[in-house]
Ligand binder design. Structure first.
Ligand code: AP5
Length: 215
């Protein structure tokens, strides 16, 4: 099992790039944010405990995510290639990922940091719309759906994510700077860091990352 970690601030384009790459190849896109949103929607115990953190823009306790990821890796095919979008998000989670990988015969091949300036992140998150049914992401000006407010893929009415309010965006960016950005140095030290310019056009970002994964 080969794991590619996607680093990058909220709005850098991790989910957008991962969805494009996974669409074109036999690669599994695992978004911990999407897993948590599903858990909230389904009212599971993990979802009920995660909601208050997500609504505030802070990190959900590590063990909730470690349990989810452990379960996922234990049921993944041994030859799978996995994009981990949103995990790890702090040093403890990075250590736990190494332990889980060792336990399940997986290797963390690279950490891909998608870089973008703060003002771009804020305008992307403020204009983001998502499909609550299939998870497809849009942006009101950058990537509008063909019919305003309606998902191209499944026809469901698009929504704004709960945590895309200005005050929550600010908090998420602070949490990223304090807790997740230090992982860039950690993966650099391990010789696993690759950096991509997230301000580029979405197809270009996805192509650059796909080339890194192909090797
Ligand atoms: P999560 O869902 O992971 O959110 P995030 O990291 O804040 O990332 P985003 O989904 O906001 O950004 P993205 O980089 O994927 O951007 P996107 O591609 O959508 O986590 C949500 C919450 O869950 C966390 O706050 C936390 O509470 C909890 N959580 C999750 N994982 C956790 C963990 N491991 N530990 C603890 N808690 C955890 O793009 C954004 C917008 O920009 C879109 O509108 C898109 O259309 C547009 N766009 C993207 N790329 C481009 C481009 N190249 N050009 C133009 N527009 C673009």
């Amino acid at each position: 099992m080969q794991i590619y970690v996607f680093l990058g601030a909220p709005g850098a384009g991790k989910g957008t790039a991962a969805a494009r790459i996974a669409n074109d190849a036999d690669i599994h896109h695992v978004s911990t944010g999407a897993m948590l949103r599903d858990a909230v929607k389904n009212g599971t115990p993990a979802g009920l405990s995660a909601k208050k953190y997500m609504d505030k823009g802070t990190l959900v306790p590590d063990q909730v995510l470690v349990d989810m990821l452990g379960e996922l890796l234990s049921t993944s095919k041994k030859d799978a290639t996995i994009i981990l979008d949103g995990f790890p998000r702090n040093e403890n989670q990075a250590l736990q990922l190494d332990e889980l990988a060792a336990k399940h015969g997986a290797t963390v091949k690279a950490a891909i940091d998608i870089e973008a300036p703060n003002e771009l992140l804020i305008s992307r998150l403020g204009g983001r719309r998502v499909c609550p049914s299939c998870g497809m992401g849009y942006h009101v000006t950058n990537m509008p759906p063909k019919r305003e407010g309606v998902c191209d893929k499944c026809g469901t009415a698009l929504i704004t994510r709960n945590d895309d309010k200005p005050e929550t965006i600010k908090k998420r960016l602070e949490v990223y700077a304090e807790q997740t950005a230090p992982l860039i140095g950690l993966y650099k030290k391990a010789g696993k860091l690759r950096t991509v310019n997230g301000a580029d056009e979405a197809d270009k970002v996805a192509k650059k990352i796909a080339a890194i994964i192909k090797g």
